[in-house]
Design a binder for this molecule. Sequence first.
Ligand SMILES: *Cc1c(COP(=O)(O)O)cnc(C)c1O
Length: 224
Amino acid sequence: MDKTALLTRYHAVQEAIEQAAQQAGRDAQSIRLLAVSKGHDAAAIRALLEADHRHFAENRVQEAQEKFTLLKEEYPDLELHLIGPLQTNKTREAVALFDVIHTIDRPNLAEKLQTEIARQSRALSCLIQVNIGEEPQKAGVSPQQTDELIRYCKEDTALPIKGLMCIPPHGALPTPYFALLNSIAKRHGLPELSMGMSEDYETAIRCGATMVRVGTAIFGARET
Ligand SMILES: *Cc1c(COP(=O)(O)O)cnc(C)c1O
């Protein structure tokens, strides 16, 4: 890992976020940069922690446990986000480790999570993942069924739903998808919008993103 190159990329992303916020007439403080560390080791994560970065995101529960269990003890203000699909049989581990879960997409997962959050007395926030382009291979609830899932979570589970998350179709102009997610969130009074990755986080900020999930632009390419 080239630490200097990593920190240079990280500062460039911070700078781009500030510029995009300014162009959109928004306060850059209202946008959280999540460093997506999947596929990268603890040394790279540590380099960002030493540069005072505290918000990280991972796709898989087990990989996150391996990398972050000890780091979270060392840095109590480290905030860890789950941005990959969650199986119901992993809810116990997920609730113990993560601070924000972005991928609620079905009623039984919401119910299991709420039970587990209560059992562990954890203060955790949740977002609903919307399959905004209605792509068969992608996770998330369809835009048509989102209202119903939000209502179910709020009224039947008391799950702390704070907002919505999406990944627009690859290669398409993301703006209409970001705008659609924003409008659904607004209609339900949900404050958080998790949208925008390395390729499109500046566009997402112009469309109202409050959390951008950036991997490659910070850490460099992932080994497959
Ligand atoms: C991997 C991933 C990201 C980061 O992608 P980059 O293109 O590397 O920035 C963001 N969100 C989700 C859901 C991901 O799986």
